[in-house]
Ligand binder design. Structure first.
Ligand code: GLN
Length: 540
């Protein structure tokens, strides 16, 4: 069993997740099998109840796990399908230990952080590693070394390295910040030295240091870090600001990161060739696209781009496939209520209304959907966006002016979006939703069956509300056809508007399974239609 721990020092937000994912990608390209774990030192059991404003989007896995968005990066970079076990939080660890204590498992003993908490951490890491059967498991330690919360995790990592064999079975990679100061532009290595000292005081000596810096690190700084932090010069890696996160694997490859790891851990790759051709092609389409379109993302968390991370990535993947840069214009849905929509949406080639919860911003999103429908502007609605499109059409095409979702107006005259009976009695806010991968049947001959090139798909969900069956017949007659439905036929999954170039929405989240080399079909449909829309404008 081979484990690579990736920690972070100096400041948070250094892109540890991208570093971990990129290393995974490189090892995968050598034919090694990979798995990944994210450790989040917070006390929440999972990310399900966390506010996207504060923490970025909640990512959803096939098994319904609501997890940190870094697991999305792992899946995208390493082309993995993970489960909620792969996100370990302090909350999960303590919950198990306290339950065991109540159960009497430690009878007679004083239950303590060391060894009980650390043992539970080790048990989980070992179990996941064993179950995955992967050659290498990459474990990202969330937080910053020195934080009180991450101490038990670092201690567990140290113990594991002792138990499994420090020489070749466990590797520590530490990511740090190397700031450049003043007009002379000197790189400062002191913060890195301090942070490594902190790590060493816990008994962990890093094997590799990845320095985040605005520029590539100079040889002098590399030598200094090598000397003072006691790592090989070859293992001091420079990770300068990238034009795209997808560039990072190639930046690391050029510095021999994968070869160094393979050597150090005595890994047996299937090939010594770097099979990164598809990735390079994808990246060149991201960095040097032939076309450019603008898509409005109409949401309410528009001040933190991470809130819509998977949507942005799915648009990047779809754009790359078409060699098209997708410029995203973030539109705060509340602004659509006070301003003429033309001033906010008049210059875009497509609109995306993503998922969301709660009433704020809803009316603005309805205006966006109406604008797209009436102006024949390409539109994709996802989850809440699907419900919004349905409400808009019920109000303005069917003429049921007060139609709404019971989420926003419990006593609405026309509850076209409502809660299915079985969900009604649920009171806890955590884990009460329809979550994870569910089968969707697509109508033959429909736009989505063409995009998916299939009539049976599986996509991920995270919602409570549904289309009310009492309105389906009228909506379909009005041109809003439900071309995707759940297995039992009860839940509406995809809507397609007739006589519109591209007005499509899904109850599921296609962005969650989008990959660089395999973009989400519905996002691809949006980009394709938006490019056509732009070309038509240019012709006029
Ligand atoms: N709030 C809606 C629901 O719960 C939509 C959820 C979402 O967009 N993820 O059904």
């Amino acid at each position: 069993m081979k484990l690579i721990f990736v920690s972070g020092g100096v400041i948070s937000g250094l892109g540890k997740g991208i570093t971990a994912s990129s290393i995974g990608r490189l090892l995968k390209a050598r034919g090694l099998s990979l798995s990944a774990i994210k450790i989040d030192p917070y006390l929440n059991i999972d990310a399900g109840t966390m506010n996207p404003f504060e923490h970025g989007e909640v990512f959803v896995l096939d098994d319904g796990g609501e997890v940190d968005l870094d697991l999305g990066n792992y899946e995208r970079f390493m082309d993995l399908e993970l489960t909620s076990e792969h996100n370990i939080t302090t909350g999960k660890i303590y919950k198990t230990v306290i339950e065991n204590e109540r159960h009497g498992d430690y009878l007679g003993k004083t239950v303590q952080i060391i060894p009980h908490i650390t043992n539970e951490i080790k048990r989980r890491i070992m179990k996941i590693s064993r179950d995955s059967g992967a050659d290498v498991v990459i474990i990202e330690l969330g937080g910053t070394v020195g934080d009180m919360e991450s101490m038990p995790f670092l201690e567990a990592a140290r113990q594991l390295s002792r138990e499994l064999g420090r020489e070749e079975n466990v590797m520590f990679i530490h990511t740090t910040l190397i700031p450049i100061m003043g007009s002379v532009g000197e790189e400062k290595t002191k913060p890195t030295q301090h942070s490594v000292k902190e790590l060493m005081s816990i008994g962990i000596r890093p094997d590799m240091i990845v320095g985040r810096c605005s520029e590539p690190i100079s040889d002098a700084a590399r030598a200094k870090i090598s000397m003072f932090c006691d790592v090989d010069e070859k293992a001091v890696v420079s990770c300068p600001d990238a034009r795209s996160i997808y560039e990072v694997p190639l930046t690391l490859e050029k510095q021999g990161v994968a070869d160094y790891i393979i050597d150090k851990m005595k890994l047996k790759p299937l090939t010594t060739k770097r099979n990164m051709k598809d990735w390079e092609k994808f990246l060149s389409n991201v960095l040097e696209p032939k076309n450019e379109i603008r898509i409005a993302l109409v949401g309410k968390y528009t001040t933190l781009a991470d809130s819509y991370l998977s949507q942005i990535e799915a648009l990047t993947h779809a754009g790359a496939k078409m060699s098209c840069k997708v410029k995203i214009k973030f539109v705060d849905s509340d602004d659509l209520i006070n301003q003429n929509p033309d001033t906010l949406l008049g210059d875009v080639h497509g609109i995306l209304v993503p998922g969301g919860f709660g009433i704020r911003g809803v009316e603005g999103k309805i205006i966006a959907a109406q604008y797209a429908r009436e102006h024949r502007l390409p539109f994709l609605g996802v989850c809440l966006g699907f419900q919004i499109a349905t409400i808009e059409i019920t109000r303005h095409v069917l003429g049921l002016k007060h139609a709404n979702s019971t989420e926003f107006e419990p006593e609405t005259e026309d509850p076209v979006i409502f809660i299915m009976n079985e969900q009604k009695n649920v009171h806890d806010m955590g884990a009460t939703m329809r979550l994870g991968a569910q089968a969707v049947n697509i109508k033959e001959g429909s736009m989505s069956s063409r995009l998916y090139n299939s009539t049976n798909i599986s996509e991920r969900h995270r919602h409570r509300y549904e289309v009310n069956p009492a309105y389906i017949e009228r909506l379909e007659k009005a041109g809003w056809e439900f071309t995707g439905r759940s297995d039992d036929g009860m839940r509406m999954e995809i809507g397609e508007l007739k006589d519109h170039p591209y007005f499509v929405a899904s109850q599921f989240h296609p962005e969650l399974k989008s990959r660089p080399e395999k973009p989400s079909p519905l996002h691809l449909g949006l980009v394709d239609a938006s490019m056509k829309y732009m070309n038509n404008l240019n012709k006029q």
